[in-house]
Design a protein around this ligand. Structure first.
Ligand code: FAD
Length: 545
């Protein structure tokens, strides 16, 4: 992948310029490029660094939205869950969730039974996955004793029984967002990270004709012209829109903070759904040998660029976890990593953000006098592909080009062309016996059909075969990140390409080895290396306040 803003030459007027390289922008760029449109995707930081990296790592229907009677949203999510299983089988897989029922009105077992039966009915096609091993099973019922047998640490007081139901996990959503970007590139899209849209090129009658982009790595500014601009700015979408609307506020977003912690305990065998004493649900999910706990849901009123996870937020989440699961002894010191993000919400009707819908809106901004701009707000990671398909249908209409059939629900994402995941892993075991089982599993799941390229780097240069952690991650993945995946900072490599940093500090030696490698590949001097290490340490450290 090349950063097109670094290259000379003018691509001329493109069909679509997409602002924002989170999952929404990546999916829109892929959808549009797959239909033969000429596309550019511009991201001001790294691809998928913001809200798209802050998820509970679930590809799910959203059981709780049934409570709000949002049947359409749940069905759409369940359909997309199956599609993502089909098109990215190495990155998405089904996992069982234990949900206990309690003797109160919101969580009683009859309500749970009704909800889960409806959830399964709405997922009527869940057994028809392309890979039979990826089939999602029906829920099952458990007695109180069985719940406690599965998970003795579940709060027993008032518990009357429970259920095991199935949803999906994306171990590493950052690589899934990247797979959408790569798929766009495969279809000819021009892409660039660290390319910030600073303003719009506006012609007569307020028609937006392009954007002014600052390449944050070189400091150079250039213009990129498009017949249509699609604003996929996530929590920044209303700010971007304001830039085009010359200061007038249109379609304001409500932002809600959600944080997650990765902890050494408590350990659960299954993913568990629990409720806080105030009635908010949260998950405890086994993840990469640790426990992922989250999330919170709190109105955020500051600027999205200023958002940071705070110690107080982490402590509140620890309190919630201690109130309902484990021995109540989870402490700040047990947290190895914390991350957070801002949900862009379009629903203004509810008092709290937790009750607010996760639906999305697609605005044709010509309706409010801004020709040439479409803005997308809200949504879920799970529904992004379908959202993108709808956006591009509108784009085709506005451009006056014949509407083509979307194919993104059928075609594997780039690097994910695996019809049978078990066989694929088996073949990797056969072909790469010189690497450990853990390494084969890590590379196979995260790099899919690109695994051979990562292994080849390690075979050709012995230093790159260095194993960096018990998960079997190898230095070759860091080299691949820089050479083939547009990683430009140490944090890109640690958090959004290899995942070395998302489970806590990888250790000084690993940090040094990865920094040296990146320095060699990207030509960093000593001062730059120090700055990169400092930025990484800052991102890895838990907040002091
Ligand atoms: C705590 C939490 C948990 C969640 N869990 C789940 C889950 O488990 N499953 C699920 O399906 N969904 C989940 N979601 C929802 C999901 O994360 C979002 O729907 C999705 O990530 C939104 O993606 P996006 O691309 O719209 O936004 P973002 O990922 O925020 O992307 C917007 C991008 O626009 C870029 N940008 C902004 N301004 C500019 C500019 N001027 N120039 C260039 N680029 C710009 C930003 O840098 C950013 O990368 C969760 C959300 C949160 C907050």
């Amino acid at each position: 992948m090349k950063r097109f803003v670094e290259e000379g030459g003018d691509p001329g007027t493109l069909d679509v310029v997409v602002i924002g390289g989170g999952i929404t922008g990546a999916a829109v760029a892929y959808e549009a490029a797959s239909k033969g449109l000429r596309v550019a995707l511009l991201e001001k930081n790294d691809f998928g660094w913001a809200t798209s990296a802050a998820t509970s790592k679930l590809i799910h229907g959203g059981l709780r939205y049934l409570q709000n009677m949002e049947f359409d949203l749940v069905r759409e999510s369940l359909r997309e869950r199956k599609i993502l299983l089909d098109i990215a089988p190495n990155l998405v897989h089904p996992i069982p969730f234990l949900v206990p029922g309690y003797r109160d009105s919101r969580r009683n077992k009859w309500l749970l039974r009704a909800g889960l039966t409806l959830y399964d009915l709405l997922a009527f096609d869940k057994g028809c996955t392309r890979d039979a091993n990826q089939k999602i099973r029906h829920h099952t019922w458990l007695s109180r004793a069985q719940v406690l047998e599965w998970e003795p640490q579940v709060r027993a007081e008032g518990m009357t029984g429970g259920s095991i139901y199935y949803d999906c996990q994306s171990i590493y959503p950052e690589r899934m967002t990247l797979a959408f970007v790569k798929s766009a590139v495969k279809h000819g899209a021009l892409t660039a990270n660290y390319a910030e849209v600073k303003g719009f090129l506006v012609a007569g009658q307020g028609r937006v004709e392009g954007v002014e982009v600052r390449d944050l790595l070189t400091g150079r500014t250039r213009e990129v012209r498009g017949r249509l601009i699609v604003n996929c700015g996530g929590p920044w979408a209303d700010i971007i829109l304001q830039m085009a609307a010359r200061g007038t506020r249109q379609h304001p977003i409500r932002r809600s903070e959600g944080i997650h912690i990765v902890t050494r305990k408590p350990r659960s065998r299954l993913a568990v759904v629990m409720w806080t004493p105030r009635g908010r649900h949260f998950f405890m999910v086994p993840w990469r040998g640790l426990t992922l706990i989250g999330t919170t849901d709190k109105e955020y009123e500051g600027a999205p660029d200023a958002y940071r996870v705070t110690r107080r937020g982490i402590e509140e989440l620890i309190q919630d976890a201690n109130d309902s699961f484990g021995d109540g002894g989870l402490r700040y010191e047990d947290v190895v990593f914390a991350y957070g993000g801002l949900r862009p919400l379009v629903d203004e009707q509810t008092e709290g953000t937790y009750e607010s819908s996760r639906k999305y809106e697609i605005y044709d901004n010509s309706d409010t006098g801004i020709q040439g701009l479409v803005t997308v707000e809200g949504g879920k990671y799970t529904t992004s592909r379908h959202l993108a398909a709808r956006v591009v249908t509108l784009v085709e209409k506005k451009l006056g080009v014949p509407g083509k059939r979307s194919r993104t629900h059928k075609e594997f994402l780039a690097g994910c062309e695996i019809p049978d995941m078990m066989r694929f892993l088996h073949d990797l075991n056969e072909g790469y016996g010189d690497f450990s089982e853990a390494t084969r599993e890590y590379v196979g799941r995260n790099y899919g059909t690109e695994s051979g390229e990562v292994f080849a780097l390690a075979r050709n240069e012995r230093a790159l075969a260095e194993v960096l952690n018990p998960e079997g991650q190898i230095l070759a993945a860091a080299a691949y990140a820089v050479r083939a995946e547009m990683a430009r900072t140490l944090n890109d490599i640690l958090f959004r390409r290899t995942g070395l940093g998302n489970v806590g500090h990888p250790g000084e030696k690993v940090l040094l080895d990865v920094t040296r490698l990146a320095a060699r590949e990207l030509g960093w001097d000593e001062a730059r290396q120090r700055r990169e290490v400092e930025a990484a340490n800052q991102a890895l450290r838990l907040p002091a306040e």
